[in-house]
Design a protein around this ligand. Structure first.
Ligand code: CAA
Length: 292
C-alpha cells in the first residue's frame, strides 16, 4: 500500500508540525481540530513556520505556496474518511485516543491505517479499541517537528507487515530518519530521556547546583543542544509530568516517578515556554532562571 493522502487529528505544537512536514513532502493533508479557534491557532503556526523557512532560504516561495495549497482544515471528523493514513496528535489521554480511533473506524474505509503520535501510552491499547488491530501503528515525532530528524515507528504484536512498511516508508518520504521500536511505554527515546530529566530535577531538589549550572554542565560537557531544564521548559512541564505519570504507572520503577517539585510546578501553571515561565522566565530576550 502506498500512502498519498494524510489526515492529522489535533493541530497543537506536534499536530501542526506533522501537517507541515507532510504538506512540504507533497502529501495531500486534511487537519482536523475541534473548534474554529483551534484551527486558526494551528493554521497560523504552520503559516509562520513556512514563511520563516522561506525567510531563512530553506524553502522557495513556490514550494511554500504548493505546500500551503495541499493543506485543508476542518472541524468535521468525517472529512478524514477518504484518507490512506490518519495520524492522531491529540491530548495524551488513553480514553480520548480510544474514542477517536473508534469513531474513525466507523468513518474510514477498511484500508485506512491509523497512527498515534503518543509519547508514552501504548499503541496496543489503542489498537485494541480501534476495531482494526492490524492497521494501527505508532509514529512518534520530536519537537520541533520540522527540525528533528528522528521518527520512532512502533509496531504491536498485531500490526501487519503491510501497515508497518507503509508507515515506515511514509516517514522516510517525509525526509525523516525512522527507527523501529517495539510497543513499550516510552519506546526508545523517552525510556531514556524521561529518567534523565527527572533525575536532573531530583538533583536540583538536593541542591547539587543551580538550574543554569546543571544546564550549562550538560550542554558544554556533553555537547547537548539544551540542558535538561531548558528542555523540560521546551517540551512543557505539564507534558513531562504527564509522561512520567504514565511511565511510572506502567513500570512501577522509581526512576519514572515524578519528583515533588515537578508536581508543584504543574499545580502553579508553570508549564515552561508556552506559559512564559517554567524553570526559566522566557518573557525577555534570553531565558532567566526563576526562584523555585
Ligand atoms: N520550526 C522550524 N525550524 C526551527 C524551529 C521550529 N520550531 N526552531 C528552530 N528551528 C530551526 C532554525 O530555523 C534553525 O535552522 P537553520 O540553522 O537551518 O537556520 C535551526 O533550527 C536552529 O535554530 P536556532 O538557531 O534558532 O536555535 P538553536 O540552535 O538553539 O536550535 C533547537 C533550536 C533545534 C530547538 C535546538 O535547541 C535543539 O535541537 N534542542 C533540543 C530539542 C529536543 O531535544 N527535542 C526533542 C524533545 S523530546 C520530544 O519532542 C518527544 C517527547 O515525546 C517528549
Amino acid at each position: 500500500m502506498v500512502i498519498e493522502t494524510v489526515g492529522v487529528v489535533g493541530c497543537g505544537l506536534m499536530g501542526s508540525g506533522i501537517a507541515e512536514v507532510a504538506a512540504k513532502a507533497g502529501f495531500d493533508v486534511v487537519v482536523r481540530e475541534v473548534s474554529d479557534e483551534l484551527i486558526e491557532g494551528g493554521r497560523d503556526r504552520i503559516r509562520k513556520s513556512l514563511d520563516r523557512a522561506v525567510e531563512r532560504g530553506k524553502l522557495t516561495e513556490a514550494d511554500r505556496d504548493a505546500a500551503w495549497s495541499r493543506l485543508r482544515f476542518s472541524t468535521d471528523l468525517s472529512d478524514l474518511a477518504d484518507r490512506h493514513l490518519v495520524i492522531e496528535a491529540i491530548i495524551e489521554e488513553i480514553a480520548a485516543k480510544n474514542e477517536l480511533f473508534s469513531a474513525l473506524n466507523d468513518l474510514c474505509g477498511p484500508e485506512t491505517i491509523f497512527a498515534s503520535n503518543t509519547s508514552s501510552l501504548t499503541i496496543t491499547d489503542m489498537a485494541a479499541a480501534s476495531g482494526r488491530v492490524d492497521r494501527v501503528v505508532g509514529l512518534h515525532f520530536f519537537n520541533p517537528v520540522p527540525v528533528m530528524q528522528l521518527v520512532e515507528v512502533v509496531r504491536t504484536i498485531a500490526t501487519s507487515d503491510e501497515a508497518f512498511d507503509a508507515v515506515y516508508a511514509f516517514a522516510e518520504a517525509l525526509g525523516k530518519k525512522p527507527i523501529t521500536a517495539k510497543d513499550n511505554s516510552g519506546f526508545v527515546v523517552n525510556l531514556l530521556l524521561v529518567p534523565y530529566l527527572l533525575d536532573a530535577i531530583r538533583q536540583l531538589e538536593r541542591g547539587v547546583a543551580s538550574v543554569e549550572d546543571i544546564d550549562r554542565a550538560m550542554m558544554l560537557g556533553l555537547g547537548y543542544p539544551m540542558g535538561p531544564f531548558a528542555l523540560c521548559d521546551f517540551v512543557g512541564i505539564d507534558t513531562v509530568y504527564r509522561i512520567s505519570e504514565i511511565m511510572f504507572d506502567e513500570y512501577r520503577e522509581s526512576r519514572y516517578a515524578p519528583p515533588p517539585l515537578l508536581k508543584r510546578m504543574v499545580s502553579m501553571g508553570r508549564f515552561g515556554r508556552k506559559t512564559g515561565k517554567g524553570f526559566y522566565d522566557w518573557s525577555g530576550d534570553r531565558p532567566v532562571s526563576v526562584p523555585l
